[in-house]
Design a protein around this ligand. Sequence first.
Ligand code: 4AD
Ligand code: MG
Length: 477
Amino acid sequence: MDTTLRALFREYHPAKSADLSGTPDIPKETIDGVSICGWIRSVRDSNKFAFITISDGTSQQQLQVVAEPDKIENYKDIVKQNVGAAIRVTGAIVPTPERKQPFEMQAAAIEVVGSSSPEYPLQKKGHSMEFLRTIMHLRPRTNSLGSVFRIRSLAAQLVHKFFYERGFIYVHTPIITTSDAEGAGEMFRVTTLPADNPPRADDGKADLSQDFFGKTASLTVSGQLNVEAFCLAMRNCYTFGPTFRAEKSYTPRHAAEFWMIEPEIAFADLSDDMDLAEAFVKYVTQGILAEAADDVAFLNQFVDKGLLLRLNLVARSEFARVTYTDAIEILKKSGSKFEYAAEWGVDLQTEHERYLTEVHFKKPVFVYNYPKKIKAFYMRVNDDGETVAACDMLAPGVGELVGGSQREERYDVLVDRMKELNMPLEPYAWYLDLRKYGSVPHAGFGLGFERLIMYLTGMGNIRDVLPFPRTCGSAEF
Ligand code: 4AD
Ligand code: MG
């Protein structure tokens, strides 16, 4: 039986809850003929026998292999193996109720599949996240990054499961685009013109009509505008894919390439939108607690001691909702000394967001109805003429997790707003069409997938939840 550590531990040591407090079912008898492939974490040789610990990345769990010289014909070669070597062990799974681990493997044969060397950078000791970023090709082999990327994978599956169960249509929105969905001008250009000597137009500038797409094209910052077109044809839709922002920000929460989940719901308003975002975050959190219990338990012990408590709280509590205007009042009355004073009309700074979610509400909070002038062109103008039906969900530890809004469905109001912002109408003609032919109230949000993973794992830096992060000044590996 060729198996993985995940399958083995699931069968013989299922965690009963996220804190592993349940009594594990241990195998009552020896199971023969099991074969496991993995990488050596440590070898301890005591002449009479050797303990070899292996991991295979399928689970947080490691397997202790016991090798005896008179049973393993290449014993001498095996105990000389370096950390990181790949081996295949065949033998028996034997219950060890008296020990820390529920069972161990007694090897009948061990084959070296690929040896390692003493220079292997991941020796058995703790490593800083900074150091691990210099070996991104090897860091998935560590316990902490292993947990993060298993949780990331599971969370991605849960995203689709959530929308599938609710009948949403999954739309693949384009990655190359000629419209700036946020109107913020933070786009990476896509061009095949030579950088050093492009063909010139009469005005001396690069002649974009000769470029691949015949005009300026970029990597998308959001699939929203495209998903709106589908929403106004098929009702509830979502997109989930990579997005790109050429923001020069060096914070631990911004990446140049990140994944975004963007649902869009028709015949719906801002309150429906917030309900959906709240249900979504709870669903994924509950799914992770239920299905990645040992990874969460590990991260809770070694990365963020408050993780488990926080996730359980979020899975159960009702998120707070506060208008932007009231949020400013709370900040003003807080008595806290902020670096930037909270002022109506000014965007909330990270310090303000953290105060609201971590100190004041102590749970995720939606701030909604923001001043029109600090938000994107497509957001629906409220009756006061000053604010728009926008919401941000702020979460402890990560700040802004979700940005959403009810969309401006009124053609004239939208055109006025775009003119006010000096936006060219022509590139958005198709978007405006959606307001001409059967326009309906609709709303949606964007949730930064990496921010969600930071939240679910307790990792403090976005670089440690992306397999190969791309950030301002860095696109290594
Ligand atoms: O608030 P944002 O800019 O909203 C939009 O793009 C809308 N079009 C979404 C929509 O309504 N469909 O971005 C949405 C979320 C943010 O709340 C944040 O979680 C994440 O995307 N995000 C980033 N994550 C990592 N790195 C960056 N540079 C990010 N910029 C935004
Ligand atoms: Mg935002």
